[in-house]
Design a protein around this ligand. Structure first.
Ligand code: ADP
Ligand code: NI
Length: 213
């Protein structure tokens, strides 16, 4: 069991080493550690949680050529590792349901899915979350802030991915909503501190934006 996790770690690391959209190997490593911590406290199955955390971004449409081929890659990997069919299904169902997608993702069901989703969301909060947002916006060609763009409340997945936005807009369109969407008690506790970091950052950002003496 330990070996399958170790080999999967190396596989994912080799695939994501040059990723530049905020889904690099270190994101996966942090999410896997956070998921492990939450899983222990919530009594979730550690093997399923760690495997899903390690593989969770490979089928993301920002990382893979498309979701379908990304998912096939994960399926092939799980088969090659001789993971029991039932576990394969559990891991795949987590990977396909946890993404935010502008608030349009389907609700997650299993405890293990809730844990991995919380861990992924925590990495979008706090100082790391702030840094990832600016890296992502830069890679997408979005400005750090544009006061002429409206903040979108409801949006389709397509609008979320390709509409006009800015890094600061992303705080209002997603990041500040995450604390209220956490699934587990442990996840909520960890989100509180990171949420405060976002608010503090925005406060200082706007103070400096409106230069006043
Ligand atoms: P999703 O939840 O939609 O799958 P991800 O979590 O995969 O998005 O996004 C990766 C990182 O980039 C996260 O930290 C996320 O908050 C950030 N991000 C996603 N979309 C944007 C955007 N339009 N502008 C700035 N940052 C973004
Ligand atoms: Ni992720």
């Amino acid at each position: 069991m330990k070996d399958q996790i170790e080999v999967t770690k190396q596989y994912v690391q080799s695939l994501l080493l040059n990723e530049r959209t905020g889904h690099d190997w270190y994101h996966i490593e942090r999410v896997t550690k956070l998921a492990h911590y939450i899983a222990e406290r919530e009594g979730a199955n550690l093997f399923i949680v760690k495997m899903a955390a390690l593989l969770h971004d490979l089928a993301d449409d920002k990382v893979a050529a498309d979701e379908e081929s990304g998912l096939k890659q994960v399926v092939d990997w799980l088969k090659s590792q001789e993971i029991p069919f039932e576990d394969q299904q559990k891991i795949l169902s987590i990977i396909t349901t946890i993404s935010f997608k502008g608030g349009n993702g389907s609700p997650v069901e299993s405890l293990e899915a809730k844990v991995v989703q919380d861990a992924d969301r925590l990495d979008a909060l706090g100082a790391i979350g702030i840094a990832r947002t600016f890296v992502y916006a830069g890679a997408k060609g979005d400005p750090m802030y544009d006061p002429t763009i409206d903040v979108r409340d409801k949006m389709t997945k397509e609008e979320y991915r390709h509409g006009k936005s800015s890094a600061i807009h992303h705080f209002y369109e997603k990041l500040l909503k995450l604390r209220g969407l956490m699934n587990t008690k442990t996840g909520k506790q960890l989100a509180n501190e990171r949420h405060e970091q976002l608010k503090q950052f925005l406060k200082t950002f706007f103070q400096e934006w409106d230069v006043k003496f």
